[in-house]
Write a protein that binds this ligand. Structure first.
Ligand SMILES: Nc1nc2c(ncn2[C@@H]2O[C@H](COP(=O)(O)OP(=O)(O)OP(=O)(O)O)[C@@H](O)[C@H]2O)c(=O)[nH]1
Length: 631
């Protein structure tokens, strides 16, 4: 009789290194044998590919199970090649006969998620600074490096993709060494694709990244650096133990809210979740408590035990604050309940998503949503359409304004239609520190663009021979509106951008309304700088003129600041007689035409006496007319 033996497969082409030793047991590992590190890189510089290769070489994922970008779990992440949620993986590695547990924390690379990046960094002692050897340093390389330095991390500079024919490792090694100090010879050269240099890199992590330190006998303190919703297991919380120990089935307490939960499972990911006997000082792992909403397990919060609670939370906790707002409306009004349900579901897994119902004359029922940034907005709208089959229109993104009125009130405005109508004393808007990296030939055109967006130059530096870093302070409101598209098209895609909040400033801002036959169309109101009010008015009135069909009377389209009209167009009157061409006695054909006209009217929105097809509003909001003209 045949007997099946369950043997670990080790095929000749498997890339597992002989130094991928037996894993050390969590909760029983000496902190001196733990290394916590992350990989920081500009988008597309190969972070996920390198992480995949490390998993393979350390034997935690077999070649057979390997699929590209193992750590990027969400489909949408894999398709777009971006990392949204960070994960942590424990890998065994042996150096000079000693076994180590390497915890790799994958960080999101995009500025919208910089708070999550900063918490992931706070969970580590070291960072691999990964730079594409064919492209060199980019804006997010710098932004992430500065964050890592603020967190006192040991930086390991690495050039990736050295297998590319276009790679110029010597040039970029000098650039990297100039940036962080040290010699170009210290810069490791690897290829995440072929695996060259990856073993040396793991050795360097062990050699250079400091071991974690913490007080083993103090009350438990663990920092949450990620919180992910899983439809089967509820919320999975990723933590870094700082002091003490957490044990299975213990009652834990969230220090920001005082809420307590039973610890149903605790363990480490390698990379599939493996329950353990607990987590001790310096370790990285996950907790499951059965809660169903990520807002009960917030990134940055400190976990302690209920029985022996710590008194001081770990530093650095803040609530995620939405920066960009937009109205989301279903194109088919009957989809509204589905949209509400979909947002409720997404909120379970995304603590940064905010929304409340709103109505618009032009677009019907929808939700005003708050996002961390433009990419966050894009991801949410894409998930709504992909996962819930919703067809949506989003109003132009807006930021938060503080408006002080003459009667002494202060109003927070996230939607232009809430802008107070009386006398305004002052308006302040959020400002960000912008870093742009561009080849030197494009400096002129980039500066022109920044100036046209009310940017203030704060500094300019050459990086190597041919690239320049420009630093500006700029209103966030100017960036959320197609700034990135313009930057890319002016520099043929070469410039990269990063920004971080730097407070607020007063500015001469006004609300421009768009009126159709004297009636305000809310979805088109915008808060803009006074100098740009006129051009916004002209743009929108022209767009609408081209999109709204003629009516039986003349329709004025106006742009106004308060009661002052600043631009005007009009649609000439026409008597639309669908039966005009239908002479003769064929009554059934006439009826058909009239029926068809009635169908069309259903999708019409009434603004005062004016009938507007909803498509016209949608096209005007998305700027479709200009796009067509450009083509
Ligand atoms: N030739 C070559 N290509 C690589 C190498 N590493 C990554 N790539 C390619 O570079 C592209 C980006 O790699 P990713 O690993 O997705 O980059 P990433 O930094 O994780 O990207 P984000 O998750 O968006 O930040 C992919 O097309 C990879 O196949 C390498 O060492 N050599």
């Amino acid at each position: 009789m045949d007997c099946i033996i369950d043997r670990p497969s080790r095929r000749p082409e498997d890339r597992v290194s002989p130094r991928a030793t037996q894993a050390l047991q969590p909760a029983a590992t000496d902190p001196a044998q733990i290394r916590n590190f992350c990989i920081i890189a500009h988008i597309d510089h190969g972070k996920s590919t390198l992480a995949d290769r490390m998993l393979q070489i350390t034997g935690v994922v077999s070649d057979r199970d390997m699929r590209a970008q193992y750590l990027d779990r969400m489909d949408i992440e894999r398709e777009r090649g971006i990392t949204i949620k960070s994960q942590a993986v424990r890998m065994p590695w042996e150096v000079d006969g000693t076994g180590y547990a390497l915890n790799m924390i994958d960080t999101p690379g995009h500025v919208d998620f910089s708070y999550e990046v900063s918490r992931s960094l706070a969970a580590c002692e070291g960072a691999i600074l990964l730079v594409d050897a064919a492209q060199g340093i980019e804006a997010q390389t710098l932004a992430n490096l500065y964050l890592a330095m603020e967190n006192d991390l040991e930086i390991i500079p690495v050039l990736n993709k050295i297998d590319l024919p276009a790679a110029d490792p010597d040039k970029y090694a000098r650039e990297l060494a100039d940036l962080i100090g040290g010699s170009p010879d210290d810069v490791l050269k690897v290829s995440g694709k072929t695996g060259v240099g990856v073993e040396e890199l793991l050795d360097r992590v062990v050699g250079r990244v400091p071991a974690p330190v913490g007080r083993a006998d103090a009350p438990a303190r663990a920092m949450i650096f990620d919180s992910v919703y899983d439809s089967y297991r509820g919320v999975v919380t990723y933590v870094r133990m700082v002091d003490g120990k957490l044990n299975p089935r213990e009652r834990i307490q969230m220090m920001s809210t005082g809420s307590t939960h039973e610890l149903l499972e605790i363990g480490v990911s390698s990379p599939e979740p493996k329950p353990s006997k607990g987590l001790a000082v310096g370790e990285v792992g996950y907790l499951i408590t059965g809660v169903k909403d990520v807002r009960l397990s917030k990134v940055g919060d400190t976990v302690t035990t209920h029985r022996q609670a710590a008194t001081e939370p770990l530093p650095g906790y803040t609530d995620p604050k939405p920066m960009v707002f937009s109205g989301l409306y279903p194109i088919d009004g009957s989809d509204y309940p589905i949209l509400r349900e979909a947002l409720d579901k997404l909120k379970l897994s995304d603590a940064a998503l905010n929304y409340e119902p709103e109505t618009s004359v032009a677009l019907g029922f929808g939700f005003r949503c708050g996002f961390l940034g433009l990419l966050h907005l894009e991801i949410i709208t894409e998930r709504l359409s992909r996962e819930f089959g919703l067809d949506l229109i989003a109003t132009a993104p807006s930021v938060t304004y503080e408006v002080a009125t003459d009667d002494g009130r202060s109003v927070t405005v996230t939607n232009p239609s809430e802008f107070p109508s009386g006398k305004i004393r002052a308006v302040s808007e959020p400002v960000v520190r912008v870093g742009i990296l561009t080849p030197k030939d494009y400096v002129g055109t980039v500066m022109e663009l920044c100036q046209s967006r009310r940017g203030n130059l704060m500094g300019m530096e050459y990086l190597g021979e041919d690239r320049v870093e420009l630093r500006y302070s700029m209103p966030l409101g100017e960036i959320v509106f197609d700034f990135f598209d313009h930057l890319k098209s002016r520099t043929q895609g070469y410039a990269s951008l990063d920004y971080e909040p730097m407070g607020e400033q007063e500015a001469d801002l006004v609300k421009v309304d768009i009126l159709l036959q004297g009636e305000q169309v809310d979805a088109f109101s915008a808060i803009v700088h006074r100098d740009k009010a006129y051009s916004y008015g002209v743009l929108m009135t022209e767009r609408l003129k081209n999109l709204i069909p003629r009516q039986q009377f003349e329709v004025p389209i106006q742009a106004a600041i308060g009661s002052r009209i600043i631009a005007r167009e009009s649609i000439r009157a026409i008597r639309k007689d669908v039966l005009a061409k239908c002479y003769g006695g064929d009554i059934s054909r006439k009826r058909k035409l009239l029926e068809k006209q009635k169908e069309g009217k259903k999708r019409m929105k009434m603004v005062g006496r004016v009938e507007v097809p909803q498509e016209a509003f949608i096209a005007a909001l998305s700027g479709e007319t200009e796009k067509k003209e450009k083509k």
